[in-house]
Design a protein around this ligand. Structure first.
Ligand SMILES: *[C@@H]1O[C@H](CO)[C@@H](O)[C@H](O)[C@H]1NC(C)=O
Length: 431
C-alpha cells in the first residue's frame, strides 16, 4: 500500500513536472538543475553558438592543471548559486583542443562569458563571490543611459568611453548592448538621445545614430551608419572598437599582455624604473603618444605601453637585453614579426626624452628602415629557447614568441607547457 502511495506520489510529481515543462516551454530557464554542464565539440555549437539567447559562463580547462583543480569545487558552487539564473559550463581542452583554440584559450583555466556572438574573458580572482559579481555584471546591459551633462562628467573621468548617440527612438540599442558587452573589461558604454550631445562631437541631427569612441579628449567617429542587430553589423562595429579600445598609453598587465604582445600592432614598449619618479617617466611616454596622435593620427595602429622593468627584469633582459642599470629604456616592438627595434635610423639607442625622434622611428620601423632584432635571442637552440620562454611566461604571464608558435602549428605543445609552467608558479591572474 505504502509503495503504491509513494509510486502514485512520484508519478504525480512527474506529471506536474511535465505540465510545468509544457507551460513554460516558451520561457527559457537557464541552469535548471544548478549544475555545471559539460560541453564538447559535439554539442558546443548547438548549445552555445546556435542558441544566441542563452548566456554561458564557460571554464576552459585541462584536468591536470592545478589552478583548474583548485577552481573545480568553486565552479560547482557557483553553478549551485546560479541555479535558474545563469548557465555554467566546462570544456576539457585536452579533449576538444580545436574548440578551445577557436576561443583563444592560451592558458588554463580560461573563463569566458559567452552571450549572443560575444565572448568576454574573466580576468579577476577566481573565488565564488568575485565570479558571481562578474556574472551579475556580464548579464546586465553594459549600456548606461545618460543626459548630455552626465555624459560630460563621464567623458572627463573615464579613460576610454563608447558613446551611442541616437535620435529620440531608441532603435538599435540592442546592437550597442551586444557590442558593449564584449568590452566590459575595457571601457564604459553610454547611450544618449540628448540633442545637446551633438555639438560635443560636431555631429548633425541628420547623421544619427552615431557611435563615438572618446579617448583622452578626442572623439573618433565610427564611419558606419548601419546599426541593425545582425551578426555582420555587430562584428564590424566590434572590430572597429577593438582596434581602438586601449587608452592613449597604459601599463602592461595580466589582462592585456597576451593581446598586446601577441597582437599585430606595433608597440612602443617602455621599461620603467618605478622607484624613480614614475610620474615623470609616464609623462614622457604620454608625450610620445600624444605627439604621435597629433602628427600621424590616432586610430589605434600603434600602442603605447609601459611595464615595470625591475619587477620583470629577467624578461626584459632575456628578450630585449636591457640590464636594470639601463632603465628607463624603450623599444618599438613588432610582435607580428617577433622582432623589435631598439635603435633609430642613425643607429642610436631610442631615448624616451626624444619625443620627435621616437615618433619618426615608429614611421621608419613601419617603412622597414630600421634594423630589427629578433625577440628570440640568438645563440640559443630554438627548442631550448621555447622552453625557457615558457618558464618566463609562466612566471611573468608573458608569452614571448607567439607568432612562431602559432604559425608552426605547435600551439598545443606550448599551450600545455605554458600552463604547466604557470601551474607551478605564481599566476598573477589568481592573486
Ligand atoms: C556534450 O558532449 C559531451 C561530450 O563531448 C558530454 O560529455 C556532455 O554530457 C554533453 N552535454 C550536453 C549538455 O549534451
Amino acid at each position: 500500500m505504502l509503495i503504491k502511495i509513494l509510486a502514485g506520489a512520484f508519478l504525480f510529481a512527474l506529471q506536474q513536472q511535465n505540465v510545468a515543462a509544457e507551460t513554460d516551454a516558451s520561457v527559457y530557464i537557464p541552469n535548471i538543475e544548478g549544475k555545471v554542464v559539460t560541453l564538447g565539440s559535439a554539442n558546443f555549437t548547438q548549445q552555445v553558438e546556435d542558441s544566441p539567447d542563452r548566456a554561458w559562463f564557460i571554464k576552459f580547462y585541462a584536468p591536470w592543471c592545478t589552478h583548474c583543480k583548485t577552481l573545480a569545487p568553486v565552479w560547482v558552487d557557483l553553478a549551485k548559486t546560479l541555479k535558474g539564473k545563469a548557465n555554467i559550463a566546462e570544456v576539457d581542452c585536452t579533449l576538444d583542443e580545436p574548440l578551445c583554440r577557436s576561443y583563444g584559450v592560451s592558458g588554463f583555466p580560461t573563463l569566458k562569458y559567452v552571450a549572443k556572438d560575444t565572448s568576454v574573458e574573466y580576468r579577476g580572482t577566481r573565488d565564488h563571490d568575485s565570479l558571481l559579481a562578474f556574472v551579475d555584471k556580464a548579464s546586465k546591459s553594459p549600456v548606461t543611459h545618460v543626459s548630455d551633462s552626465e555624459l560630460a562628467a563621464k567623458l572627463d573621468s573615464d579613460e576610454v568611453s563608447l558613446v551611442y548617440i541616437y535620435d529620440s527612438k531608441a532603435d538599435h540599442i540592442d546592437t550597442i548592448d551586444s557590442v558593449g558587452q564584449a568590452f566590459i573589461n575595457d571601457l564604459a558604454t553610454y547611450a544618449t538621445s540628448d540633442p545637446k550631445a551633438l555639438a560635443r562631437f560636431g555631429l548633425q541631427k541628420e547623421n544619427l545614430p552615431k557611435v563615438v569612441l572618446w579617448k583622452g579628449d578626442k572623439a573618433m567617429i565610427y564611419p558606419g551608419s548601419d546599426f541593425s542587430n545582425v551578426p555582420e553589423t555587430r562584428a564590424t562595429l566590434r572590430n572597429w572598437v577593438n582596434d581602438r579600445k586601449y587608452p592613449l598609453f597604459f601599463e602592461l598587465g595580466p589582462g592585456n599582455s597576451n593581446d598586446v604582445l601577441r597582437g599585430n600592432k606595433l608597440v612602443v614598449l617602455a621599461f620603467f624604473m618605478p622607484s624613480r619618479e614614475l610620474d615623470e617617466q609616464k609623462a614622457l611616454l604620454k608625450n610620445i603618444a600624444e605627439s604621435y596622435a597629433k602628427n600621424v593620427g590616432d586610430e589605434g595602429k600603434v600602442l603605447f605601453v609601459w611595464m615595470d622593468g625591475i619587477k620583470h627584469a629577467r624578461y626584459v633582459y632575456n628578450v630585449y637585453g636591457f640590464n636594470g642599470n639601463a632603465l628607463p629604456a624603450v623599444v618599438i616592438s613588432d610582435p607580428k614579426n617577433t622582432q623589435f627595434f631598439a635603435k633609430n635610423i642613425d643607429g642610436e639607442a631610442l631615448d624616451l626624452v626624444q619625443t620627435d625622434e621616437i615618433v619618426k622611428a615608429i614611421d621608419d620601423a613601419q617603412s622597414g628602415l630600421l634594423k630589427a632584432k629578433s625577440t628570440v635571442p640568438s645563440g640559443q637552440h630554438f627548442a631550448k629557447y621555447i622552453e625557457k620562454a615558457m618558464v618566463v611566461a609562466g612566471k611573468y604571464w608573458f608569452i614571448t614568441i607567439p607568432a612562431i608558435i602559432v604559425s608552426s602549428g605547435l600551439l598545443i605543445i606550448p599551450l600545455v607547457k605554458s600552463a604547466q609552467a604557470s601551474d607551478k608558479r605564481t599566476d598573477p591572474k589568481s592573486q
